[in-house]
Design a protein around this ligand. Structure first.
Ligand code: ZN
Length: 188
């Protein structure tokens, strides 16, 4: 197992739709093991294939809920049903989100409160998870990565502009930028 470099916004792999996983083989199992290790090293609560330069439809997640229950797994070729978006005003604190491919930044973004994730696991079994709150947000964020969408793409005014400015300031937004958890320490 190895920690893999994480692609930073601007790399084409993050902005293109990923392709279906066609086989669960040793190569895929090694990729998933590396993705868990990379996510934990970052540290992060989710990591999608494109973020380690692999344009395939899978992501890993690891999150402990308020009751101390650990939600950790891999979703291969997922589908996602989402509840309608609330029209309440955005809460800048409780609805803020970040991304390992836009490291060190956080911006408020409205997400659906509830989702149903259906995916295949490494044994080829169908998994269905109904998620609410933060886990639902993680699933939406990671699922978006598989369609080439970063959370920064979804931000509304004035956060969209602030994110674009941060990307420019850090010299991101071009192909080939990566960072390596445990080696590169990114300033906030
Ligand atoms: Zn992300």
């Amino acid at each position: 197992m190895a920690v893999r470099p994480i692609s930073i916004t601007g790399d084409p792999v993050l902005h293109s739709p990923a392709s279906e996983v066609t086989a669960v083989d040793d190569e895929l199992r090694a990729l998933v093991a590396d993705m868990f290790e990379t996510m934990d090293a970052a540290p992060g609560v989710g990591l999608a294939g494109p973020q380690v330069g692999v344009g395939k439809r899978l992501f890993v997640y690891s999150w402990t809920d308020d009751d101390g229950e650990l939600w950790r797994g891999v979703a291969i070729n997922p589908t996602l049903w989402q509840s309608p978006l609330s029209i309440e005003p955005l809460d800048d604190d409780s609805e803020s989100e970040g991304c390992l491919s836009v490291p060190g930044e956080r911006f408020p973004l409205r997400r659906a409160d509830g989702v149903v994730l259906r995916a295949t696991d490494l044994d080829g079994d169908e998994v269905e998870i109904e998620a609410w709150g933060w886990l639902a947000r993680i699933f939406q964020h990671e699922y978006d990565h598989l369609d080439g969408i970063l959370y920064a793409d979804r931000l509304e005014h004035p956060f969209h502009k602030a994110a674009a400015k941060a990307v420019r300031k850090k010299g991101w937004g071009q192909p080939g930028s990566t960072w390596l958890p445990g080696v590169d320490h990114l300033e906030d």
